[in-house]
Design a protein around this ligand. Structure first.
Ligand SMILES: Nc1ncnc2c1ncn2[C@@H]1O[C@H](COP(=O)(O)OP(=O)(O)OP(=O)(O)O)[C@@H](O)[C@H]1O
Length: 917
């Protein structure tokens, strides 16, 4: 068997990313002395070729060698096995490396994880293969030597870091083989990456193969050993050497790429059943060693089935069953190229172990892994750019020196390089290099120029835009005189023309910049494909990278500057805003103070004392538009000395108001027991009217729309809206008014009832009928009487210190939404008009006059009521100061208005800022 044949015929592992199968390699070791002695040198394994072996029938071998070795295998027939590669007893570790290990090194440095593990029974040659012996270095050493050679090559252009960790799993305990601390280590799964992490593991950065050899020696010393009958120096632990490689392009360019990978080299413990050996290993220990191996076997079985049948719900891979499988999880079923070296002895004495190993290895052949490159991308921050450019330049300086020394291509940097004299470079190459160099330089000069022009133009545009905004604001303010305004307009025109020109330049430059970027791609291709020595190509590529970085730097600097400007603007805004907030608070305090100035509060409540039909609207607030109900306290009017009375109290407060709605009324004015019920026996009750009802009530009559009037005595409509607060009309029924007052519904009903009784001989003369008839007539009469409406703050304490008391709050609202004062004015104007229209105005000083009027007629006439109103109004000591109060209220209103304007202005500023964000 010639293992020196270098034809690579086991290339089932594609070097690209994607699916690949575990590579299973079989290694048969030479017979040991004792096997030759004990077993007569009888072998049961026949290597057929570099991929196939036969496991011979042991009975036949027993027979051939005249042996009686009991192999415990019933009727075993010669069996044929195929693997990715087979190494016979003549192969050495270097050959294994060359044919199995070396091929992975490049990929490891390119970011592919790789695991090589040796599997087999005790004494089958695992440690020999992985760790080696005194005379023969194992794969751990050889692979790392090879890796370091590759690292050195890569270090020309990359920063490479190699770190090593060495650990063992013994008795299901994980130990650090590098550290002298023999503590058990913890395994943890990172929930995010699903990667098993080892807590507290020593990782040593290594820079040369010698330090690796030292670490391996320390590790070998620390490894748990036990002398078993089957193998004197057998290790009963699983040893794992983990090499982590991290590399980043030194000329990292614009996007930083860090390639990370892991090479794991594993020497497993003997796979035979520990307790079947006559070793001193306790059953527990044996079981624990095997726990890992059994779980490994189960994982291999499950993975193999999964690869054959595809993933299924029932196909659970029991990685968590042991520490070994938790650690090798990635190597077995994850992102890792894996090589299993199945070690066997050909001796008939090991038939059973060999058979088991071959079965195991055959199953592992089916396992598929999905491999991908591990690359971490990180975009460089603007502050890194200078460093990158410096680094690239340094890199190129080095390359330049190397090229100089090799070829004498470049003129010496310090002018006296001896290598310069040694002008060995092929003139054609030299010319080609120079041309490409020139091409790169010219190209990037233009790109940079173009980019700068765009930047500058955009800045100019921004400036002009801001200037225009100011000019427009000045014009809008209207404070400029004609000449100035003319000047502003001319300036705007010039600016706009300038803006157009700049816009055109930007467009052209952008177009040019885009085509230059296309050109850049072509140059990169040209450099890549140039027929030049690799170092020259690297030099040129670096030159491109330096220039690319410079442009990106410009871009980043611009963004950085823009962001900084934005931040500065924001900071100014924040400062202004906090000033405004302070101002707002000051205004609010001032508002509160104004609200608390009780001395100027007019005592509208006086009006409530007029014994007449009143609609007392305590506040007209935005609640009109909100879903507040309004308490109406309807006092059924009485007879005799009691005037009909309807008080509507509206305490509708907007949503963030503090007080709840209250009803107000002067119910208690009535001593007549009938006050508890209205004339038709309806109990006096608070009727909850909807906003709509109130609106209907107070709205001017609209044609075709039925208005609900909660009292027979309410005949006047008033528009309380702020827009038209003076629209106060009085339209007594029966007068010439164009307003036809609808009959109050219960009166209609009553009328009908009375009419019914009239037609009924049984009832028409009964006292009940008479009473009802009278009642109805008086009601109707009453209904026809006139009413007036006044607005009043009844039951509201004008002396309240609480700015949110109904009174103050209401006044605040009134001032804000304007109508209360108008209402009073209305009342006054009504009085005035009344006075004008009536020459026999009763003496306002004659209080008895009122009684007289009242006693003369049960129900005061409209005229009389007006007079009463007039009388009372003018009698009131408050009304005397009405003008003053009105003025005070107006000035307060102005103050509040000003404060509100300030607040509105603040709000406006705030919204503007928010919109600009
Ligand atoms: N390919 C080989 N060429 C020469 N000698 C070998 C080879 N393989 C193994 N041996 C020898 O066989 C013996 C057992 O090998 P080794 O210790 O490597 O077995 P192992 O499988 O690691 O056993 P354990 O499971 O106990 O660690 C050693 O003396 C070793 O030197």
């Amino acid at each position: 068997m010639n293992n020196n044949n270098n034809n690579n015929y086991y290339n089932n592992n594609s070097m690209n990313q994607g699916n690949s199968k575990i590579q299973v390699v079989l290694r048969k070791r030479p017979l040991l002395q004792k096997e030759i002695e004990k077993g007569n040198g009888a072998e049961v394994v026949e290597v057929v070729n570099r991929q196939q072996i036969n496991l011979l029938d042991p009975d036949e071998i027993n027979h051939r060698y005249n042996l009686h070795y009991n192999v415990n295998k019933n009727r075993f027939k010669e069996t044929h096995f195929t693997f990715d590669s087979v190494f016979d007893e003549n192969s050495n570790n270097f050959q294994i490396y060359q044919e199995v290990g070396e091929q992975y090194l490049n990929d490891i440095l390119e970011g592919f994880n790789t695991t090589i593990f040796a599997y087999g029974a005790t004494g089958a040659g695992k440690t020999y293969t992985m760790v080696g012996s005194k005379d023969m270095p194992g794969l751990m050493n050889i692979m790392l030597d090879g890796l370091f050679q590759k690292v050195k090559q890569k270090e020309v252009t990359h920063d490479v870091t190699v770190r090593i960790a060495y650990m063992e799993i013994y008795n299901e305990n994980l130990k650090d083989l590098i550290s002298s601390d023999q503590k058990n280590l913890d395994l943890r799964e990172d929930p995010k990456s699903d990667v098993t992490l080892i807590h507290g593991l020593t990782e040593v950065e290594v820079t040369d193969p010698q330090s690796i050899a030292n670490i391996l020696k320390i590790g070998a010393k620390n490894r748990s050993k036990d002398s078993t009958i089957s193998n004197e120096a057998s290790s009963r632990s699983h040893a794992i050497l983990q090499i982590s490689i991290e590399s980043a392009d030194r000329a990292e360019g614009l996007e930083k790429e860090i390639i990370v990978s892991k090479l794991s080299l594993v020497d497993l413990a003997g796979s035979e059943r520990a307790w079947s050996n006559k070793s001193k290993v306790s059953k527990l220990e044996g079981a624990k060693i095997n726990q890992s191996l059994l779980t490994l076997g189960n994982c291999i079985q499950a993975l193999s089935e999964q690869s054959e049948k595809g993933p299924s719900k029932n196909n659970f891979i029991p990685y968590r069953g042991s520490k070994l499988t938790r650690l090798l999880k990635d190597s077995l079923g994850g992102n890792c190229r894996t090589v299993m070296i199945a070690n066997i002895s050909g001796s008939i004495l090991s038939f059973e172990d060999t058979y088991n190993t071959l079965q195991y290895a055959s199953r592992a052949k089916n396992i598929q892994v999905h491999v991908h490159k591990n690359v971490i991308q990180s975009s460089n921050h603007v502050s890194n750019y200078a460093a990158i450019i410096e680094k690239l330049n340094r890199e190129n300086e080095n390359l330049r020196n190397i090229l100089n020394s090799e070829n004498g291509r470049f003129p010496p940097i310090n002018g006296n390089s001896p290598m310069h004299m040694n002008n060995q470079l092929d003139p054609q190459l030299s010319q080609q290099l120079e041309q490409l160099e020139q091409l790169v330089k010219v190209h990037f000069d233009e790109e940079q120029g173009c980019f700068r022009t765009i930047q500058e133009s955009q800045m100019k545009q921004e400036k002009i835009y801001k200037m225009n905004l100011k000019l427009q604001q000045e014009l809008q303010k209207g404070s400029a005189n004609n000449q100035q305004a003319q000047h502003f307009r001319e300036q705007l025109q010039i600016n706009n023309q300038g803006m157009q020109n700049i816009q055109q330049t930007i467009q052209e430059m952008n177009q040019r910049f885009r085509s230059l970027q296309e050109g850049r791609k072509m140059i990169i291709q040209k450099v890549k494909g140039a027929q030049l020595p690799p170092k020259m190509i690297t030099y040129l590529q670096n030159l491109v990278a330096v220039n690319e970085a410079a442009i990106s730097n410009l871009e980043k600097e611009l963004t950085y500057k823009q962001n900084e400007d934005k931040i500065r603007e924001k900071e100014i805004e924040i400062a202004e805003l906090s000033d405004q907030l302070q101002l707002r608070d000051r205004i609010l305090i001032q508002q509160k103070n104004v609200l608390e100035q009780n001395e100027i509060a007019p005592h509208y409540s006086k009006f409530a004392n007029i014994k007449d039909t009143n609609i007392i609207i305590s506040s007209i607030s935005p609640a009109y538009t909100q879903n507040h109900s309004i308490n109406i306290n309807h006092n059924g009017g009485g007879y005799g000395n009691n005037y009909n009375n309807l008080n509507i109290s509206m305490h509708s407060i907007d949503q963030d108001s503090i007080p709840s709605m209250t009803k107000i009324n002067n119910n208690n004015r009535y001593s007549n027991p009938r006050q508890s019920a209205d004339r038709v026996g309806r109990p006096v009750a608070k009727n909850i009217l909807s906003i709509q009802d109130i609106q209907n009530l107070v709205k001017p009559k609209s044609k075709g729309k039925k208005r609900f009037i909660p009292s027979a005595r309410v005949q006047s409509q008033v528009n309380l809206s702020a827009k038209n607060p003076t629209n106060f009309t009085n339209s007594p029924s029966g007068s010439n008014s164009s307003h036809k007052r609808p009959l109050y519904p219960y009166l209609n009903a009553k009328k009908q009832r009375v009419q019914k009784m009239q037609g009924d001989p049984l009832h028409s003369h009964t006292p009940q009928y008479q009473k009802q008839k009278k009642n109805m007539q008086s009601s109707m009469m009453e209904e026809q009487s006139t009413a007036n409406i006044s607005y009043s703050d009844t039951n509201l304490s004008p002396n309240s210190k609480n700015p949110y008391s109904s009174y103050n709050y209401q006044n605040y609202l009134v001032n804000k939404y304007t109508n209360h004062i108008y209402s009073i004015q209305n009342l006054e104007s009504l009085d005035n008009s009344q006075r004008k229209s009536s020459n026999n105005t009763p003496s306002i000083k004659n209080k008895g006059g009122i009684n007289k009027v009242q006693s003369q007629r049960n129900m005061p006439t409209f005229q009389q009521r007006k007079n009463i109103v007039e009388y009372d109004v003018h009698q009131s000591p408050y009304v005397k100061s009405f003008k003053n109060a009105e003025e005070a209220a107006a000035s307060r209103k102005n103050k509040l208005m000003q404060l509100n304007l300030n607040l509105d202005h603040l709000k406006e500023l705030y919204t503007k800022r928010q919109n600009n964000q």
